[in-house]
Design a protein around this ligand. Structure first.
Ligand code: HEC
Length: 177
């Protein structure tokens, strides 16, 4: 639901901009006011690494523009408790098949309290090299209730379990379609 609502918002803004553009020119096309193409989107495709940078980035909620589950999932009873997963384009456009994920494949997981109402933390995984090397070449980040759990490459706490995922260290993937 949220995804579609956002899509409509973007489309609506797009239409408004086009309408604006048409009204104030005399048929002369002026490209100088155009934003740089996709610059913003590209930087939001892969989260930054390091506690402070990633905390700031998570606070922007840029990942909500990725392919996200519609609601916190209360039926998964694993280590992560109630959570909602978002997959970036590198994952969401590649959910068919079982090839290793491309470099930059990333997931953000919102961690919720047991009622699924409040976000209590985040977990993030980012693939940094084509060779996953058993998770050593993934960046892992997790913070719960303000407590930093991991922040770095080769965090065995995360990688040892994620290595058991059927496809290249990622368990839950959300398709773009
Ligand atoms: C004991 C196994 C286990 C451990 C340890 C573990 N995870 Fe997970 N993780 C899972 C499972 C299973 C899922 C999918 C189901 C779910 O979300 O609960 C998952 C999902 C995720 C996702 C969403 C993308 C995906 O792969 O499905 C992220 C991001 C994530 N974990 C990060 C972490 C981080 C960071 C750590 C280390 C602090 C960690 N995990 C530790 C089992 C584990």
């Amino acid at each position: 639901m949220r995804k579609y609502a956002r899509m409509w918002l973007i489309i609506t803004i797009g239409v408004a901009l086009v309408a604006c553009d048409n009204s104030d020119d005399n048929g002369i096309t002026d490209d100088t006011n155009q934003p740089p193409s996709d610059g913003e989107q590209l930087s939001d495709e892969v989260p930054p690494q390091g506690e402070q940078a990633i905390d700031e980035w998570l606070a922007t909620e840029a990942y909500l523009d990725w392919a996200c589950e519609l609601e916190p999932n209360t039926t998964r009873e694993g280590v992560h408790g109630v959570n909602l997963v978002c997959s970036n384009n590198a994952v969401a456009n590649n959910t068919e098949g079982d090839d290793p994920w491309p470099i930059g494949a990333a997931a953000v997981k919102e961690l919720y309290d047991s009622d699924g109402l409040d976000i209590i933390g985040y977990a993030v995984s980012i693939k940094t090299e084509m060779d996953s090397a058993g998770g050593s070449n993934w960046y892992w980040y997790e913070k719960i209730d303000g407590n930093l759990i991991v922040d770095g490459l080769d965090e065995r706490l995360c990688a040892d379990c994620h290595e058991m995922a059927s496809r290249d260290l990622m368990y839950v993937t959300v398709s773009a379609n």
